[in-house]
Design a protein around this ligand. Structure first.
Ligand code: TYD
Length: 197
């Protein structure tokens, strides 16, 4: 099974991806955890470029760099893990590109989806957990030192939030919206229910 976590920076998805991996391993599942962008030697180099506050990157270059890191991660890690029956838990995947590049950067959801389907051999998750927080709460939780994407203006993050809502509407069979507020253990219980653990 392939599970991805999505949400704004500061939505708690990294914590929840780790808690789900822990619970799934305790239940006897073989789990492979990945994070995006990165997770491979080539992908981590692309990540460094993408998150460098000094880098000047045009919107389509940005979308294609995220897709390139993802293509490498699928080829090197995700596909082989799924083929041997492991569960893959991804901290971000294609839907981040749809929300950040497709909607917030204005490239178009359909266009960004098309390049990502090409890059991944049309691999989409079985389940996507979209962690939702009341507007403004994610910003409060964001790191003090912002990377190139985090340092975007507040209207950009509002646009990303709208992008994720759009993604949830487009893929109702795959995407489950989970309330990310409250103690992490409570959120984790909601996440586990959403993946049938
Ligand atoms: P992430 O590693 O989740 O940041 P953090 O660990 O600080 O939460 O993601 C890095 C940034 O990249 C984040 O601001 C979201 C952005 N991003 C995109 O814009 N498009 C994408 O396809 C992905 C995967 C991430």
């Amino acid at each position: 099974m392939f599970i991805s976590f999505e949400g704004l920076d500061g939505s708690g998805k990294t914590t929840q991806a780790a808690l789900l991996a822990e619970a799934a391993r305790a239940a006897g599942w073989e789990v492979v955890s990945v994070r995006e962008p990165g997770g491979t030697a080539a992908g981590e180099r692309v990540r460094t470029l993408l998150l460098d506050p000094e880098a000047r990157i045009a919107p389509w270059a940005e979308a294609l760099l995220y897709a390139a890191a993802r293509a490498q991660l699928v080829a090197e890690v995700i596909r082989p893990a799924l083929d041997r029956g492991a569960t893959v838990i991804a901290d971000r995947y294609v839907d981040s590109s749809l929300a950040y590049q497709g909607v917030a950067r204005g490239l178009g959801v359909a266009e960004v989806l098309e390049v990502n389907l090409a890059a991944t051999g049309r691999l989409l998750p079985d389940r996507t957990i979209l962690l939702e927080l009341p507007a403004g709460r994610a910003a409060e939780r964001r790191d003090a030192v912002a990377d190139r994407i985090e340092s975007e203006a507040e209207h950009f993050h509002a646009s990303v939030a709208g992008g994720f809502a759009d993604v949830a509407r487009r893929f109702p069979d795959r995407v489950v919206v989970v309330d990310g507020s409250g103690p992490p253990a409570d959120v984790a219980a909601r996440v586990q229910a959403a993946v049938g653990l």
